[in-house]
Design a protein. Structure first.
Ligand code: PHE
Ligand code: NA
Length: 435
């Protein structure tokens, strides 16, 4: 077997991980959920979830990956706990499951770049969404999106993922900054900022039982946790730089992009008097597209907006495809390109129900969010906190100038606080799923 690949640079790893983290979760869900759950007050809960729970958890995945230097399943065996490989397998399955419909949404985004250029959705954005979101159109573009992922992953870590995300991540930030600047010029933008950023504690308190699990689930999804993605990416790290520093950078950038997306989306909607409090997988497409129909230079702005969404979705999707690809090529004597292709075809097939009916897509998403993800994250945390324990502690402190107190605090956070938070999220999620 040939030598295992690594990232060429530390920045390459960080950018790839940010590319994985920054995706539809930031540009779609985050601004809308923030608005729905009371604006700035939700932001506070979310920030606590991201830094108090997401950051310790991402470090846990990094520890497994970098220490084992193997894919998300075999890593557990390599660390001496073969019987824990099922945790990696669950993560791999979860990632596979999620990518199947994530790719369908990616296909919609491609469609909307085109639809913006031609103004196809300008007269009736809801009817347009209904026509293109399910059926053969959606299937074809789901295939195109999947093909793009396969192409990048087939090129490998350094020449594919690292090179691609090095261009993609900075473009996401630059384009969003440009769109946010454009947003300030729209009349009615002020009401949008207000909606996004002024706290509504009444809405927060009356929904707190929904909000906390949602904020935690959103933090995990947004940070690409529970799917083996961060384990896999960390397994390609060559050096011994501080995981705490890298993890914090990734978490901060991911949060920054979510907030920035809010500064793009809300001025657009409020300038058109569109109610952002919508739900369902397609609502965002309908409302945002409706805004582009009426603003100055709407076609161009629409093209640029959906382009940035596409880049963000792609840089996330490749990390999920890499999880499975990495598992196969680490364990069997097969090439990267045929492996990525075969898996991509499998994903395409699994995504077909979602491409034919958005109700299926919603069902896949709910199951992933409320059940697969939290269970998978929980098991990783138990493994790192209680099984690896001291070994995890020394791995996380490597290259870090922080005192030992930090490491111990992290370990106990993982062992108790984070695990309890995930258990609570899971309980509430199961309750809404089945009761
Ligand atoms: N973090 C991505 C987002 O916010 C989604 C994702 C999850 C990507 C898991 C890879 C792995 O959209
Ligand atoms: Na994200």
């Amino acid at each position: 077997m040939s030598e295992r690949e690594t990232w060429a640079t530390r920045a390459g790893f960080i950018l790839a991980a940010v590319g994985s983290a920054v995706g539809l979760g930031n540009i779609w869900q985050f601004p809308f959920k923030t608005a729905q759950f009371g604006g700035a007050s939700f932001l506070v809960v979310y920030l606590i979830a991201v830094f108090g729970i997401g950051l310790p958890a991402i470090l846990a995945e990094f520890v497994i990956g970098r220490r084992a230097k193997l894919n998300a399943v075999s890593a557990f065996g390599n660390l001496g706990y073969r019987q824990w490989r099922f945790v990696g397998a669950l993560g791999l399955f979860t990632g596979f499951w999620i990518l199947s419909y994530y790719s369908v949404v990616g296909g919609w985004v491609i469609r909307y770049i085109w639809g913006s250029a031609t103004g196809a959705y300008f007269t009736d954005s809801a009817a347009y969404f209904g026509a293109v979101s399910a059926g053969l159109d959606a299937v074809a573009l789901h295939a195109v999106f999947m093909f793009l992922c396969i192409f990048i992953v087939a090129l490998g870590i350094e020449d594919g993922i690292e090179k691609a995300t090095k261009v993609m991540v900075p473009s996401i930030v630059v384009i969003l900054l440009g769109l946010a600047a454009y947003g300030t010029t729209l009349s009615g933008a002020g009401a949008g900022y207000d909606y996004f950023l002024s706290p509504d504690f009444g809405a927060l308190m009356s929904n707190i039982g929904d909000i906390v699990p949602f904020a935690v689930g959103q933090a995990f999804f947004s940070l690409s946790l529970g799917m083996g993605a961060m384990i896999t990416y960390a397994s390609y790290i060559d050096g011994e730089d501080s995981l705490v520093a890298d993890g914090s950078t990734i978490v901060v950038l991911n949060t920054f992009v979510g907030v920035l997306a809010g500064f793009v989306v809300f001025p657009l909607l409020f300038a058109q008097g569109i109610d952002p409090n919508t739900s369902g997988p397609g609502a965002v497409f309908v409302s945002i597209a409706g805004a582009f129909a009426n603003i100055p230079a709407g076609r161009a702005v629409g093209v640029v907006f959906f382009l940035v969404v596409l880049i963000a979705a792609l840089s996330s999707a490749i990390s999920l495809l890499e999880v499975v690809t990495s598992y196969i090529i680490d364990n069997y004597d097969v090439g990267r390109a045929p492996t990525a292709t075969a898996i991509g075809v499998g994903l395409f097939l699994l995504g077909l129900p979602s491409a034919f009916d958005t109700a299926w897509l919603g069902w896949f998403d709910t199951l992933a969010y409320q059940l697969l993800l939290p269970v998978s994250v929980l098991l990783v945390l138990v493994f790192v906190g209680w099984i690896l324990g001291g070994e995890a502690l020394s791995e996380v402190m490597k290259g870090s100038s922080l005192g030992d107190g930090f490491g111990t605090t992290w370990l106990w956070m993982v062992r108790v606080v984070v695990i309890l938070a995930v258990l609570g999220t899971l309980a509430l999620g199961i309750q809404t799923l089945f009761l």
